[in-house]
Design a protein around this ligand. Structure first.
Ligand code: OMP
Length: 229
């Protein structure tokens, strides 16, 4: 998905989330999961511990594109600068919050565009607290994401019904976190229409991350309707 040279290609439909603070462990998980995933998503715990060089290192270790999950939610000039740093570090996807508004999303999109990176907007969060503010506003958040030019959205695997509804409204690829450690099912998320299921701790803290990634990919394959397989 994405513009120009597709930055992230759907194959297994699995994205591994790495939020580890130890770089050696992060790279080992990326290398082990790499053959089973379409992308590696890296978050603040890793980048704040190990620096932005972790982005390129994770791409090299996994052989996969890296999505920087900085949940950008600032005023447009700052949001754009953060996204530009992510892209300059080698990110092929950048996650921002739709709740910051269409102008913030647009600033992230502009920073991604020059580098062919995929701007992804969070419209409904997966954790229990996500039901307080993001769930009731999710459709309006999709509209803000679209107005800002986002080219994919994040919707929760913990609420598969939301995946289907928000995908129908957005008509964009959907990334779904919350499978495994947060209680959601990768199979159900895929069945509901998730193009990519994001799985973190179930893989990153497993004794055998390769086996855990392989199992998650198999679960997604069970849930994907034939037409999209
Ligand atoms: P696990 O719960 O360990 O599988 O990790 C889920 C990953 O998805 C983490 O990296 C979260 O930061 C991320 N995530 C959510 O869990 N919920 C959301 O609503 C959005 C995200 C995200 O944007 O990736």
């Amino acid at each position: 998905v994405g513009r120009g040279a597709a930055p992230i290609t759907r194959n297994s439909g699995l994205v591994v989330a790495i939020d580890l603070e130890d770089l050696d462990r992060a790279l080992a998980v990326a290398a082990a999961a790499g053959p089973h995933v379409d992308a590696v998503k890296v978050g603040y715990p890793t980048v704040l511990s190990c620096g932005t060089a972790a982005v390129a290192a994770l791409a090299k270790a996994s052989g996969r594109p890296v999505i920087c999950d900085f949940k950008i939610a600032d005023i447009p000039p700052v949001a754009g600068a953060i996204a530009a740093r992510a892209v300059a570090s080698g990110a092929r996807g950048v996650i921002c919050h739709a709740f910051a508004g269409a102008d913030t999303v647009a600033a992230v999109v502009r920073a991604c565009d020059g580098a062919g990176a995929l701007p992804i907007a969070v419209v409904e969060m997966s954790h229990p607290g996500g039901a307080t503010f993001t769930q009731p506003a999710a459709e309006r958040l999709v509209d803000a994401a679209l107005e800002g030019g986002a080219r994919a959205i994040v919707a929760p695997a913990t609420r598969p019904g939301a995946i289907a509804a928000l995908k129908a409204r957005a008509r964009l690829p959907v990334f779904s976190p919350g499978a495994g450690a947060q209680g959601g099912s990768a199979e159900e998320a895929a069945r509901a229409g998730a193009d990519f299921v994001i799985v973190g701790r179930t893989i990153s803290t497993a004794a055998d991350p390769a086996a855990a990634a392989k199992a998650a990919a198999a679960s997604i394959a069970k849930g994907v309707p034939r037409a999209r397989a």
